[in-house]
Design a protein around this ligand. Structure first.
Ligand code: ADP
Length: 216
């Protein structure tokens, strides 16, 4: 297995791009946010610990998420390229990940940065809607459901995720600037950083650009 790390601000379109990449290639998408939300929903001990941090837009403790990611990596003997979305989130996590990769015997292919200006990020997050029943994601501007406020897949009423509320979004952007932004220099220094322009809403174009960079 080799690992590709996906970097980008909240609202940069990382999750959407990752899902598309998984669809059109053999890449497996592992989202730390999805992993944590599933643990919260299932009420596992890790999920119960994570919940209070997540609800306030703070990062969960490094060791907690690192152990959950390591469990997934160890259990997966089939995947060739694993796309990590949302982990690492800060330099200490990048160091934990490097140690884990050395122990488990997996290589880092690259860190792919989805580069998006702040104003686009804020507009995208405020339009985000999710389905509480099936997890499908929509955006009132860029990916509207067929019927206003209703999930295309299962007809449940769409909601705004608790951490997408305006007051929490501002805080998440500050957390990103302080904690995650330094990773860009970290991976540039390691000569592993590749960048694509994420400001366009053309998902097919971004997907092809990302694949080219990953396959390099
Ligand atoms: P977004 O990318 O939209 O900020 P995610 O779905 O990736 O949101 O994450 C949601 C929440 O889960 C974060 O606000 C944070 O509390 C927690 N989380 C996800 N990944 C990590 C991580 N690598 N380290 C710490 N906390 C994390």
């Amino acid at each position: 297995m080799e690992i590709v790390i996906l970097l980008g601000a909240p609202g940069s379109g990382k999750g959407t791009l990752a899902v598309e990449l998984a669809k059109v290639s053999g890449i497996r998408h592992l989202s730390s946010g999805d992993l944590l939300r599933a643990a919260v929903k299932d009420g596992t001990p890790a999920g119960m610990k994570a919940k209070t941090f997540m609800d306030t837009g703070n990062l969960v403790p490094d060791e907690l998420i690192a152990e959950m990611i390591e469990d997934v990596v160890r259990a997966d003997t089939k995947t060739q390229t694993l796309l990590l979305d949302g982990f690492p989130r800060n330099v200490p996590q990048a160091e934990i990940l490097a140690g884990m990769m050395a122990r488990v015997g997996v290589m880092l292919r690259c860190a792919l940065l989805l580069d998006v200006p702040d104003d686009v990020v804020i507009r995208r997050i405020s339009g985000r809607r999710v389905c509480p029943a099936c997890g499908a994601g929509f955006n009132v501007d860029t990916l509207p459901p067929k019927q206003d406020g209703i999930c295309d897949n299962c007809s449940a009423e769409l909601i705004i995720r608790k951490d997408d509320k305006p007051e929490t979004v501002q805080h998440r952007l500050e957390v990103y600037a302080a904690q995650t932004f330094p990773l860009i220099e970290y991976y540039r220094g390691a000569e592993k950083l590749v960048t694509i322009d994420g400001s366009s809403d053309d998902l097919a174009w971004k997907t092809q650009a990302a694949l080219q960079k990953i396959r390099g």
